[in-house]
Design a protein around this ligand. Structure first.
Ligand SMILES: *[C@@H]1O[C@H](CO)[C@@H](O)[C@H](O)[C@H]1NC(C)=O
Ligand SMILES: *[C@@H]1O[C@H](CO)[C@@H](O)[C@H](O)[C@H]1NC(C)=O
Ligand SMILES: *[C@@H]1O[C@H](CO)[C@@H](O)[C@H](O)[C@H]1NC(C)=O
Length: 364
């Protein structure tokens, strides 16, 4: 936020009154403190993955990290049973988090690993800020948000942000602003036309990362290249796309489930629409998000570390058929809680107002 410092309009120098910054931006703090400028963190991850990051020192002190296993790149070592042991050092998650569910940064041999240390130190600094913004909502992550509040009392849970933004713009008669995509990649609209030709709830939307369309699981091949046999074999009943208008795809009636790597945007967009998920987490916060999807919110399945073609086939059947009603019922009730959070008087709605008030108060 900017304010003028009292000079007349023409020559006014702009003063920064508050900085809203990303999670690993702490190099700016000494300058901000020297200039007396308040700052707020905006972490774009879930509360359930932020919280173990915040507790990394406690996890290390308890000897639960570094995780066993010598070779970080070998998936096979994560198949070990030891990885199913519960993590006891993250308050509020004692019955949820296994070793395999703590963020990928912990999958190192040495506690002094720079990635792990950076994450630990940067996240802890959040407690020095004037506040923390998270793209989540109270009915989704309440117990974890309460744990975070013990260290960071001024917490603004304002999610699902994409839906809150849409609702607020509509209520102000500015919906035309909403259809602007924030994507730098060209979105393929043909996939919507293809979806239009499919029966209701018959398609599973598979997203494997931001750029790669299909990973071959083979480091020597070109990652972005789709294996010929896969392309040929799925032509009649599938549609491959480089970059999709995701919210439009997820909201399409033909879609019945989301096979996702469990990034937070994807997860919360899916939750907002009441779509069951099949989670193939890959790194960072995804590892924890997928655990919450399956064990806490119970709106999908988590196949991390165990993924092979037989498991994938079995789990797709579970999500699209065998346990479909059970997942759908919970997904729908979570979606209605998301709508409640962003409606007038809801928790995210009020938190956004409170954030705006705070920002205004910094412009004096
Ligand atoms: C994630 O969601 C937010 C809020 O809707 C949006 O502003 C942002 O562009 C999204 N990020 C990506 C990578 O799509
Ligand atoms: C967004 O909405 C405006 C007004 O409704 C319309 O003119 C414009 O073409 C839309 N843009 C996109 C990218 O859909
Ligand atoms: C990986 O892919 C390359 C290129 O297609 C191929 O020549 C090679 O045999 C593959 N390696 C393995 C281990 O599958």
């Amino acid at each position: 936020m900017e304010s003028t410092d009292g000079l007349s309009d023409g020559g006014a120098r702009r003063r920064v009154s508050c900085l809203i910054m990303d999670g690993v931006f702490s190099f700016a703090i000494p300058v901000l403190e020297e200039m007396g400028i308040p700052y707020i963190y905006f972490r774009t991850i879930s509360a359930c993955s932020f919280w173990p990051y915040f507790c990394l020192q406690e996890i290390i002190d308890a000897g639960e990290v570094p995780l066993i296993g010598k070779d970080e790149d070998k998936l096979t070592c994560w198949n070990k049973k030891e990885m199913d042991m519960m993590v006891t050092s993250v308050p509020g998650m004692e019955r949820i988090l296994r070793l395999r569910d703590i963020p990928r940064f912990c999958r190192v041999e040495d506690v002094n690993h720079p990635g792990l240390q950076t994450m630990k130190i940067e996240t802890r600094r959040t407690a020095d800020a004037s506040g923390l913004i998270l793209n989540t909502f109270e009915d989704l992550e309440g117990p974890i948000l309460d744990e975070i509040r013990k260290h960071i009392p001024n917490l603004y849970s304002v999610g699902p942000l994409h839906a809150l933004l849409k609702a607020r713009l509509e209520s102000e008669g500015m919906e035309s602003l909403h259809n602007r995509s924030s994507s730098f990649w060209e979105e393929d609209q043909n996939c919507i036309a293809w979806l239009d030709t499919q029966p209701a709830s018959s398609v599973i939307y598979i997203l494997v990362g931001n750029k790669a369309r299909f990973h071959r699981g083979n480091d020597t091949g070109n990652e972005n290249e789709i294996p010929m046999e896969l392309e040929e074999g799925t032509k009649s009943r599938g549609y491959m796309v480089g970059w999709v208008p995701q919210q439009q795809v997820l909201a399409h009636p033909a879609i019945s489930a989301f096979f996702t790597h469990s990034g937070w945007n994807s997860t919360i967009e899916s939750i907002t629409l009441g779509l069951p998920m099949l989670c193939w987490a890959y790194f960072a916060d995804q590892i924890t998000n997928s655990r919450f999807v399956s064990e806490v919110w119970k709106v999908g399945l988590d196949i991390k570390d165990t993924c092979d073609r037989i498991i994938v086939e079995k789990m797709v059947k579970e999500v699209m058929d065998v346990r479909r009603d059970e997942f759908l019922e919970r997904a729908h009730s979570m979606a209605s809680l998301a709508r409640k959070a962003i409606s007038e008087g809801g928790s995210s709605y009020l938190n956004l107002n409170r954030l705006v008030e705070f920002l205004n108060s910094t412009v004096s």
